[in-house]
Design a protein around this ligand. Structure first.
Ligand code: NAD
Length: 261
């Protein structure tokens, strides 16, 4: 399969799953707009590596996913640079772990903004162009937490459940325009997001680091293995293929059996 004539925006692609998706899309020939935070030198290295390794155009836009106007401006900039945005991967996400009674209101707002509302704003911005060109792929990185809950993750679980509803709605609205909208729902993937929540989980559950990894993270996953970022990226590439043109409105689990239980 080739995505040579396609262009993509991947939110939260300076790290983890998003970076793997951006690199995989570029590997198929798509131009890519990176987004996310991080040290400017690291971001520039990642951007330049994509251009030189895959021979595509790769731009970076630092839009903050809590700011709707910046999201719309990023989509406009990518459309201006590439002539259109054919693939949108809404992937930016943050986590915060706390018992509900202590959960800070501002953390709730931030997580809903980054993990849910940003997908709405991005989809809204790319939809006119996708409808016009009668082709599009919207892929939302949800989570096993879009299907089941874990304690202490109120905002994250609510946002990820919300992403599934948004995805289904958009899939129905765009079904006759050659545009699909789907979620990929990984279990635990070894990325900085997972690494960062270990100290808070240690505190919330009064556990050692090893116990959090074994008894909280991998307990949920019957395979007892972390998902890899490349496995998530491969699923995204499949969703961009013609073979997946009738897959829309779904939530694809990649969680080592977690949500089968
Ligand atoms: P990560 O921390 O490695 O990457 C998150 C990305 O989002 C980074 O590029 C970061 O800069 C960006 N980001 C954060 N806040 C932002 C903001 N306000 N504006 C723009 N960008 C912002 O995490 P990851 O594990 O690769 O997570 C990516 C997605 O996958 C998230 O939506 C996450 O919820 C989801 N997910 C992760 C796992 C996992 O186990 N790692 C499991 C299921 C779902």
């Amino acid at each position: 399969m080739s995505l040579k004539s396609r262009s993509a925006v991947v939110t939260g692609s300076t790290s983890g799953i998003g970076l793997a998706c951006a690199r995989a899309l570029a590997g198929q020939g798509a131009n890519v707009c990176l987004n996310g935070f991080g040290p400017p030198d690291d971001i520039e290295s990642a951007r330049a590596a994509i251009e030189s390794e895959f021979g595509v155009r790769c731009i970076y836009n630092g839009a903050d996913m809590t700011m709707p106007a910046e999201i719309a401006a990023m989509v406009s900039a990518a459309e201006a640079e590439f002539g259109g945005v054919d693939i949108l991967i809404n992937n930016a996400g943050v986590q915060f772990v706390s018992p509900i009674e202590d959960f800070p209101g501002e953390k709730w707002d931030q997580i809903i903004a980054i993990n849910l509302s940003s997908a709405f704003h991005g989809i809204k911005a790319v939809t006119p162009g996708m409808k016009r060109r009668k082709w599009g792929r919207i892929i939302n990185t949800a989570s096993a937490h879009s299907l089941v809950a874990s304690p202490f993750k109120a905002a994250y679980v609510a946002a990820k459940h919300g992403v599934v509803g948004l995805t289904k709605t958009v899939a129905l609205e765009l079904a006759t325009f050659g545009v699909t909208a789907n979620c990929i729902s990984p279990g635990y993937v070894w990325t900085p997001l997972v690494e960062r929540q270990i100290p808070d989980t240690m505190k919330a559950r009064n556990m050692s680091r090893e116990d959090v990894i074994e008894k909280v993270l991998l307990t949920a996953q019957p395979t007892k293995q972390f998902v890899t970022v490349d496995q998530v990226a491969a699923a995204a590439i499949f969703l961009c293929s013609d073979a997946a043109s009738q897959i829309t409105g779904t939530n694809i689990s990649m969680d080592g059996g977690w949500t089968a239980a």
